[in-house]
Write a protein that binds this ligand. Structure first.
Ligand code: TRP
Ligand code: SF4
Length: 344
């Protein structure tokens, strides 16, 4: 990657995902496809938040490494390009933890207790004891992830907006307390809300790993076709002779996202007149999915295990260099390090 990607004057973008397993079409449409586009316009940092996975999965850590590899492969498969973007692993840039610690000195506990996902997750993940400091600190670690790159934009979904809002509050508080030669060190990042089409899973609810209704980016053609076969349809179409409405059908929603205008027209016509059956309609939807997935899966297969490691190692050292730049300013602004200029 050209050095200019780090020192360029393009606005900076940062985002990441926890390594919770192979990514699905909802992750692709809702995040990755958008990140891929951002690469040409912004100085991009995309990472895998493996420490964040520990906040809930601390008792069994055996899946973090395999999941990390899968998520990086899914990033690459989607078209994130290590020549254009810095792709890195959170735990390989350990100064995130330094900034998290410094932030913990200035952040009121009430701010963290008030983040909506805190109570929600504690109530939802009933099988786990989430009364840990690490879990409470989840959004603060996220603030450190973002602010250590002095990122201007954070492309995320609606569910992460409260975390970016907290990040802005932490930056503001930091800037109020500490300045460097009268200047503020940490810019307040903005959410780049990902425009995401409604993507239903096989049961008609939003596609989500926790519902077990996903189509994976890695699903081979027969699996995609099988999953489509079991997908729920417009409940009004009980018999083949009943007319249906694609606007009330999850398969119709898939068509809207992935099919051509021509297929879409055939779906509307055929469904509303009972001219086609759901089996036919679903096979067209499967065709469209298979077509989207094919180049993604080919790209995935072109990366070796060694390359995955190299890409993460190389990206992480680039990220480290950029993060260290911010930390020099942070330490100097806080007046906590006499030998700061020398770095570490
Ligand atoms: N909390 C995010 C999620 O669950 C992952 C994440 C961690 C993140 N640090 C981040 C996202 C920084 C954006 C920026 O999806
Ligand atoms: Fe849904 Fe297609 Fe069946 Fe209509 S024909 S109900 S859009 S699956």
């Amino acid at each position: 990657m050209p050095e200019s990607a780090i020192s360029s004057s393009r606005p900076r973008v940062l985002s990441g995902m926890r390594p919770t397993g192979k990514l699905h079409l909802g992750n692709y449409m809702g995040a990755l496809a958008n990140w891929v586009k951002l690469q040409d316009q912004y100085e991009c940092y995309f990472f895998i938040a493996d420490w964040h996975a520990l906040t809930t999965d601390y008792a069994d850590t055996s899946q973090i490494v395999p999941n990390t590899k899968d998520v990086l492969l899914d990033y690459l498969a989607a078209g994130l390009d290590p020549e254009k973007s810095v792709l890195f692993l959170q735990s390989r840039v350990t100064i995130h933890a330094e900034l998290h610690l410094l932030f913990s000195m200035i952040t009121p506990i009430g701010w963290l207790e008030r983040v909506p996902s805190y109570k929600e997750q504690q109530e939802n993940l009933t099988g786990k004891d989430l009364s840990n400091l690490g879990f409470l600190g989840y959004p603060l670690m996220q603030a450190a992830d973002i602010l250590i790159y002095q990122a201007n934009y954070v492309p995320v979904g609606q569910d992460q907006v409260a975390h970016v809002e907290l990040t802005r509050e932490v930056a503001r508080r930091f800037n109020n307390f500490y300045k460097l030669d009268g200047r503020e060190v940490l810019p307040e990042p903005q959410v780049l809300l990902t425009p995401s089409p409604k993507l239903p899973g096989t049961d008609g609810r939003k596609m989500s790993k926790s519902y077990g209704n996903t189509i994976l980016m890695t699903d081979p053609e027969p699996v995609v076709r099988q999953k489509l076969k079991t997908m729920v349809t417009d409940p009004a179409r009980v018999r083949r002779t009943d007319a249906g409405d694609p606007d009330k059908c999850p398969v119709g929603d898939l068509h809207k996202v992935f099919s051509t205008a021509e297929t879409m027209a055939n779906v509307y016509e055929g469904c509303r007149t009972a001219g086609i059956g759901c089996i036919q309609c679903k096979s067209w939807a499967a065709d469209a999915l298979v077509q989207i997935l094919q180049p993604i899966q080919e790209r995935r297969a072109s990366f070796s295990e060694t390359q995955v490691k190299e890409i993460l190692e190389d990206g992480s050292s680039r990220a480290r260099a950029r993060a260290e730049q911010t930390m020099q300013e942070v330490r100097a602004a806080m007046q906590i390090n006499l030998t700061n200029e020398a770095g570490r």
